[in-house]
Design a protein around this ligand. Structure first.
Ligand code: NAP
Length: 282
């Protein structure tokens, strides 16, 4: 039976350490979150971020716009936040309405305040082996979990399913940075299970039930990033937890695995940016 990697426990530990660190700061770090439209899931995510931030002493400003907001207004707001010395970190909650150019909006964020590591400049640093100011939240959260359970990636075959800019690609890059041998799979991958069966560590970031126990070798480490509601409204991940947990050596549950680590990473990143900006201004 697999050891369950407890994201909630590790999140609480990380947040508690951050809270102590922030208590010693002369000024509170400030995280600005832009929410466009009234997508209920986005609103829940934003509220959770705000609540978590404020619990540990980060001030969180939520700026809301209706779905029909003009791109120019959004760009102007980001420009203002960039030049506001009181604001340390900026996050634009995705998805944005279709009429808005997502990459243009993200790239308007100063790389020094880009808490998600989404701007072209920070992504460029990430993929060329330079250090971005912060690493993308979900993949970084996965590394925190692997470190907590002392799972070393060096020389291991890490199979990542999913190639989004949000999770799959940066997760693959971070595994590569740890000297893993990495295979990235996606919806056009042929014979997926032939590949997953060779994985020492399997990271699934798809958003549908995909991973069964006959797709993996014994003692594989399984990281389930997927989170969605099934047809009965139950929150679940990509992995058939019941069967896979009997074969894996370690596994993340959904909910309670990678999700809490993403929010912990966001707080870590806000504090990192705060410290970087303070260092520069002193
Ligand atoms: P996304 O942009 O929709 O990407 C999904 C990826 O899965 C794509 O690369 C797609 O391939 C691939 N894919 C789809 N069907 C597949 C199949 N049958 N076999 C192999 N690959 C397949 O989603 P995302 O933003 O990366 O998020 C993925 C999941 O993680 C979602 O459930 C999301 O809610 C969850 N998520 C969780 C957290 C967290 O904190 N726990 C954070 C972010 C995301 P193509 O590129 O070929 O289309």
């Amino acid at each position: 039976m697999a050891i369950i990697m407890d994201g909630k426990r590790l999140r609480d530990k990380i947040l508690s350490n951050l809270k102590s660190e922030i208590e010693a700061f002369t000024k509170k770090p400030v995280l600005a979150v832009i929410l466009v439209g009234d997508d209920p899931a986005s609103r829940i995510y934003v509220n959770n971020k705000k609540k978590t931030a404020e619990n540990i002493g980060i001030k969180s400003i939520v700026i809301e716009y209706p779905a029909n907001i003009e791109e120019e207004v959004l760009l102007k707001k980001i420009k203002d936040l960039n030049s506001d010395d009181e604001v340390n970190a900026i996050l634009v909650q995705l998805p944005l309405p279709r009429h808005i150019d997502k990459q243009k909006v993200i790239d308007a964020i100063s790389p020094l305040k880009d808490v998600d590591c989404f701007t072209i400049e920070n992504c460029g640093k990430l993929y060329t082996g330079l250090e971005p100011y912060v690493y993308p939240c979900t993949p970084q959260g996965i590394l925190y979990l692997l470190d907590e359970y002392k799972i070393n990636l060096e020389g291991k075959h890490v199979v990542v399913i999913g190639r989004s800019n949000l999770v799959g690609k940066p997760a693959a890059q971070l595994a590569l940075n740890r000297n893993a041998t990495v295979t990235v799979c996606h919806s056009h991958t042929k014979n997926l299970s032939d590949i997953t069966k060779t994985a020492d560590v399997l990271i699934s970031a798809v958003g549908e039930v995909l991973i069964e126990d006959d797709m993996m070798k014994d003692d594989c480490v399984v990281i389930d990033v997927g989170i969605f509601r099934d047809c009965n409204g139950k929150v679940r991940g990509d992995v058939n937890f019941e069967t896979v947990s009997k074969k894996a050596s370690y596994i993340t549950p959904v909910p309670g695995g990678v999700g809490p680590m993403t929010i912990a990473s966001l707080m870590v990143n806000t504090v990192k940016l705060y410290k970087e900006q303070n260092k520069r201004s002193s």
